[in-house]
Design a protein around this ligand. Structure first.
Ligand SMILES: NC(=O)c1ccc[n+]([C@@H]2O[C@H](COP(=O)([O-])OP(=O)(O)OC[C@H]3O[C@@H](n4cnc5c(N)ncnc54)[C@H](OP(=O)(O)O)[C@@H]3O)[C@@H](O)[C@H]2O)c1
Length: 233
């Protein structure tokens, strides 16, 4: 796909992987709409990287529909959805609570699913489009204390696989991306950005992968890809 001039909706673009990906895509000439919940942080990031801010909580169907409507009214079309916004909850199996499942699934599964549905309708009509769902290494492998998060990312991977089969005949590509650990503010005390570490991925590494998936010639697409750090000791 030609990145220059393309119209991209990237959820959770105000920090971490989303911010780095938005910054790279803007630098390549795309019009990138980023979403988030924290208005001040979203506005600041958008200004810093040259993206368009759209305040939209993944837990609100109405806000998601309004976000897409705003893009179609302003830019006339959408080329790419990047479902990146995500949260975590971690703890032992005997401490599982319905509220933890609800909170995480509302964002990582239901929000991504509803936005995917809205965008899929637009992409089917245009017979063109690309959806990238940001999963996790937890999309393919469970781990100690990971019940809620891993279940949500397995579910997102299921959505990616179903959408791929359904949308491929409409020339719509679906890519599921699994990062391993990335040094962002994800699940950090006070949502503070982490220091870079030589044996962990940076948000910029994920941005590079996202760009590579999008830049591929339109006749092909990558259904699923994982990115690991090389020396995780
Ligand atoms: N970091 C890792 O090690 C890692 C590994 C594998 C996969 N991932 C996945 O990568 C994605 C991005 O994570 P990250 O590491 O970049 O984390 P991050 O720095 O915490 O960024 C998360 C982004 O999602 C937004 N967000 C969270 N809840 C939202 C909601 N309800 N509505 C709208 N926006 C919301 C945040 O905005 P606000 O601040 O406004 O809430 C923020 O922009 C997530 O899906 C995560 O599961 C991360």
């Amino acid at each position: 796909m030609k990145i220059k001039g393309s119209v991209i909706l990237l959820t959770g673009g105000s920090s971490g992987i989303g911010r780095a990906a938005a910054q790279l895509l803007v630098a390549k000439g795309a019009i990138v709409y980023i979403t988030g919940r924290d208005s001040e942080k979203l506005q600041r990031t958008a200004k810093e990287i040259g993206a368009e801010p759209l305040l939209a909580d993944m837990t609100s169907d109405e806000q998601l529909a309004n976000a897409l409507k705003h893009i179609l009214d302003s830019s006339g079309r959408l080329d790419v959805l990047i479902n990146n916004a995500g949260i975590g909850a971690f703890g032992p199996v005997d401490g599982l609570s319905r509220s933890d499942f609800r909170e995480v699934f509302e964002v990582n599964v239901y929000g991504a699913g509803i936005l995917g549905a809205l965008c899929a309708a637009h992409f089917k009509e245009r017979e063109e489009g690309h959806i990238l769902n940001i999963g996790s290494s937890a999309s393919v492998k469970g781990f100690k204390n990971g019940s809620v998060y891993s279940a949500s990312k397995f579910a997102l991977r299921a959505l990616s696989q179903c959408w791929k089969d359904e949308l491929r005949p409409y020339n719509v590509r679906v890519t599921h991306i699994n990062p391993s650990e990335v040094t962002t503010a994800f699940y950090q005390e006070g949502r503070k950005e982490r220091e870079e570490q030589p044996n962990k991925l940076r948000a910029e590494d994920m941005a590079h992968l996202i760009l590579s998936c999008l830049e591929l010639d339109d006749r092909g697409f990558i259904p699923e890809v994982s990115l690991w750090a090389t020396n995780p000791f």
